[in-house]
Design a protein around this ligand. Structure first.
Ligand SMILES: [Mg+2]
Length: 210
């Protein structure tokens, strides 16, 4: 049976004319910076890097070699599953400054559905436009399925994770705006790499004028 929420979200998506799905963690939210700060404080770090430097070097806290133990991953897991904890996550300032230039269809995230209330409150706290939040801890395959399912009502995604491209079919015609320093992408998909949120805003405005 199709849920009322699904129908409501679908109707909103159809009404919005210009429309990108926007990822949350590491696209709008500095989630790994928060986690790195916590781990530095409680577990230390032999390299003496600050949270920004650690994220720049390893991308994700889960990749940091000296934080590979059960207590650290258990803490991250409980943070992921906490709705209230979402409110602690710092916003990516440049995203907040540039979001007004982005026509948003929805927020698309792999956060657990049970934490959606915290995510909605966080978006509102930082004055992000009110849009449907599609949230499920079901991995990039699920995310890619939503993009394919709602194309062209969602014309593409803004996301930091290049891996999303591995889950989209060759037939997918949407735009993938990759918030990343990634280079030399070999893909059949329509990918634009934007290292900063200013670049994203310029690219989106260019697409709108096309
Ligand atoms: Mg992300």
């Amino acid at each position: 049976m199709v849920s009322r929420t699904f129908l409501k979200n679908t109707i909103v998506l159809i009404v919005v004319k210009q429309k990108f799905a926007v990822d949350l963690d590491e696209t709008l939210a500095h989630t790994n910076i928060l986690w790195a700060d916590h781990h530095i404080k409680y577990y230390g770090n032999p390299e003496k890097l600050n949270a920004n430097e650690i994220v720049r070097k390893y991308s994700f806290v889960k990749n940091v070699p000296y934080w590979q133990f059960a207590e650290a991953s258990k803490w991250v897991e409980s943070h992921i599953n906490s709705s209230d904890a979402k409110l602690e996550i710092p916003v990516i300032k440049q995203a907040k400054e540039n979001i007004q230039y982005i026509p948003i269809a929805c927020y698309l995230t792999n956060r657990p559905f049970s934490t959606i209330q915290g995510t909605k409150e966080w978006l509102s706290l930082h004055n992000f436009p009110k849009r449907p939040v599609l949230s499920a801890n079901k991995g990039l395959e699920w995310k890619a399925q939503q993009l394919e399912r709602f194309y062209p009502y969602i014309s593409g995604i803004i996301d930091d994770n290049v891996e999303i491209t591995n889950y989209l079919s060759e037939q997918y015609e949407g735009k993938i705006i990759l918030y990343s320093n990634q280079e030399n992408m070999a893909t059949h998909l329509d990918v634009v790499v934007c290292p900063t949120w200013n670049d994203i805003a310029i690219e989106v405005q260019r697409l709108i004028r096309e």
